[in-house]
Design a protein around this ligand. Sequence first.
Ligand SMILES: *[C@@H]1O[C@H](CO)[C@@H](O)[C@H](O)[C@H]1NC(C)=O
Ligand SMILES: *[C@@H]1O[C@H](CO)[C@@H](O)[C@H](O)[C@H]1NC(C)=O
Ligand SMILES: *[C@@H]1O[C@H](CO)[C@@H](O)[C@H](O)[C@H]1NC(C)=O
Length: 613
Amino acid sequence: MAGGMTSTTLILLLHLSLHTVDEGHAVNPSCSCIRFTSTHGKPRGTFSSPDYPRAYPPRVDCLLYTFVAAPHQIVELVFTTFDVYKEHLDCTHGDYLKVYSEGFHGPGPPGINEYSAWSRVLCGSRADTPPALYSHGPLLVLELHTGPKISNATGFVGNYRFIDRKNFETDGVQVPDTWCDYVFNSQPNRPTFGRLYSPRYPSSYPSNVRCTYHFNARQNERIKLVFEESFLQKGDESCLNRADIIKVFDGRLQTSPVLAMLCNEVLGYEILSTGSELLVQFTANSNSPGQGFKASYQFQMDDNSSAESDIKKSVTTEPIPGLGPAVSATTSSCHKMFRSDKSKTGKLTSPQYPAPYPQKTQCDYDFLARGRERVRLVFEDFSLQRMTENIIDCESMDALDVFLYVDGRQEKMASFCGNDIPKPIMSNGPKLSIRFRGIYSSRYSRGFKIAYSFVEDYGITTGSQLLEFPCAFVFNSSERGRGVVTSPNYPGTYPRDTECNYFFYGNDNERVHLHFSYFDVEGVLPCEAVSASDYVQFSSQMIDSESHRYCGQMKELQVTSEKNFLRITFRSNDRLDGTGFKADYLFLRDSEMHSIVMPDTDSDNAADGLKFT
Ligand SMILES: *[C@@H]1O[C@H](CO)[C@@H](O)[C@H](O)[C@H]1NC(C)=O
Ligand SMILES: *[C@@H]1O[C@H](CO)[C@@H](O)[C@H](O)[C@H]1NC(C)=O
Ligand SMILES: *[C@@H]1O[C@H](CO)[C@@H](O)[C@H](O)[C@H]1NC(C)=O
């Protein structure tokens, strides 16, 4: 019923808007229209609900706000305030605002018409609305309805802007006869950098699309790619369960090793190719398309100097307060850059190790991995000067600071001081930096010795790693009937922003039995995104978003698979770290099952774990 009425009003709008509608002029008694158009010479402006800032009237049948951009433009709306009484969760009754931003799909002149479907419906508060709304084409329509109930909600105020579509053009060459396939070739005397976007960006991408982006660098070049914003589907689901996904392959083909899988919402994700080719594949099959992604690329000379200057720029080098110019002399002599192309493993020691390091030492060490690699640091010796018995924080002492790159920013992940050997560290991407602040020293301060390595296996040493995922391992009963399985970088803290999957394949009639003897996954029940939880999931299916999540600390956890297949998903976010898990696994036929003793545990979770689905 409501839908039928909507079509009628929109047809009306279409006919009238082509002729005589002026700003603020009512179209008809049941559907008035306010029109904002770029051809009137105003590139931007504001709009508001009726009677704002007083409460809007009840029984507004249909009030249309029409934004008409020039053909080469799109419309951007940003609500500065939004207060529409939320009578229903899905905003389809009572008071609501419908958004039409679909382009033209039917016969007749281009625009919003009876073939248009509303793309979203809004009610509630500012927090319920997206940061900005964008049109697909040059037209965007808002349709306000209010119910019979008098609420004291005040409605909305927003800014509109007409922006040039050119700002969102992908720089590659579009492949003929494709809708969204692009090729990027590195050529002499051409810019070595550029941008790429999901289709229709910044408006939402269409459903059921697959786009590919091929990068061809020249010899001795590689490709750096940064996904600045990638808003696909909301939540923190495993990428295995996602219908909208970006896959990055470390080569020309879809059979090349997968470097990254991006789903959900990701900021500032950086990728460096191993060789001179890279393939990005964007697939969208969900029913609720997100905004999409914007990314930048750069063809980088594979020479040592350019990569180094790139890193140096991104490392903040504020001086240590209270230290004189002597520091800079020391600093410059002990700055080091470790690149995986030079050596996959090595040792890093403090100046003059194992003799005491000089006072006022400050050294920056940068690590740069490529392809599927991550940086792993294992501390072998650690002895820094401590100023007090009780270490409250390392700020005022000799210390080693570890920096990661999170959401495109450099972030301090940890500081270590004193004499305790830190646990292993792993980067969440191709870069990791550490800074040694050896201000005081003494004859007892040996400094440190670190074994560094660039690893592709995430420090997971059992199972066989798959090339089709950034981090996935197969445990096959035919090859090994029992063994150990651990989280990435175990026993160190697991890396941030990481998903690892473990697939257990038993023979017919076999099940896999897991006994977790260690479990420390940062989070609180029910281990969801709202509590910024990392989590572990168990499932008897390859794709399964329903399975129970586990997080927190558990003394013991027993899990038995339902069938001969089990998937374990481990997923960490960009905050706080745990040390993960370690479990013994064992494949057994049902007839052998009685030999397993399942001890009682004091955790409700553990009990649940026995019969997950
Ligand atoms: C708004 O209305 C609600 C109930 O309808 C009432 O409880 C509230 O006090 C009102 N707020 C204002 C600011 O009038
Ligand atoms: C990069 O470093 C390697 C190893 O030190 C060296 O052999 C090579 O010549 C360097 N390349 C450039 C372009 O400086
Ligand atoms: C498990 O190993 C056997 C024997 O090597 C092999 O035939 C089978 O394909 C493997 N299964 C999986 C799922 O990898």
